[in-house]
Design a binder for this molecule. Sequence first.
Ligand code: NAP
Length: 281
Amino acid sequence: MIAVTGATGNVGSVLVRTLAEAGEKVVAISRGEKPVDLPPGVEHRRADIGDLEQLSAAVAGAEALFLLITGPQLVSGPEPERVLHAVAAAGVRRVVFVSSQGAVTRPDSGGYARTIAFDRALAASDLEWTSVRPGAFAANTYAWIEPVRTQRTVFAPFGDVGLPVVDPADIAAVAAAALTQDGHNGQAYTVTGPEAVTPRAQAEALAAALGEPLNFVELTRDQARVNMLRFMPESVADHTLEILGTPTAAEQQVSGDVQRVLGRPATSYADWAQRNIPAYR
Ligand SMILES: NC(=O)c1ccc[n+]([C@@H]2O[C@H](COP(=O)([O-])OP(=O)(O)OC[C@H]3O[C@@H](n4cnc5c(N)ncnc54)[C@H](OP(=O)(O)O)[C@@H]3O)[C@@H](O)[C@H]2O)c1
């Protein structure tokens, strides 16, 4: 059985579906109510991953765990060693952890300290482990849904700075491979999209998928920061803005790891936009 945390989020919801469709026995973990669109046969268990008793109970019976920390858990919570000890004691043997490309490119940024600590604790543990390190998500542009719907306008900072944004479904596919196949133990995969794409070009891709023009209004860094603080811790917002505004060469580079692991190219932002356009109508 495979336990999936973050099971109703961008990556986890796709992963749950992918694993269930492949015939795996899956337990989907989140704090909220059982999601209405959970695939048939998937069990839902409620747990806060910051509470080790709840986490242990939720992963009981699973040999493999997809571990994703998000929101406040990115900066606070029980020590990674204790989390890993708890899940190992509950029977987990293999962990696929969602780290971040920024944890490697910006190791001194305080916002990544806990993510780096998880990577280190996994490497030092007796568990089989794989670290999946995504760049910026295509799904971050879900933040544009409301202004696109109501004003046909995209508000974003750094309009002409390109990053190879990654489709969360590609992250889920890489994670599914690492959870279900041998040969991924001790590997760290940098997961990006197939090409760098600027926010302005992302808005154009959405407009093309919509079949209607969209205005693009460039926000200042401070305006964008105010928006981001509504849903992410301060240190995470600050390093995210650094990556969006002044990416390093490594952060702008396209990784070959999706092709290596999946044997197919990474998905473009334009394809992501086509698939997700109903949300913007
Ligand atoms: N966005 C980016 O550009 C980017 C780039 C690199 C790396 N990453 C990494 O990707 C991860 C975010 O992935 P995502 O977008 O798929 O996540 P997400 O959509 O924010 O995940 C939300 C999921 O996590 C659950 N959850 C939140 N807090 C929880 C808690 N305390 N206990 C149990 N479940 C909890 C939520 O359900 P409930 O609320 O019901 O609990 C929901 O299922 C982070 O680790 C981030 O560092 C993101």
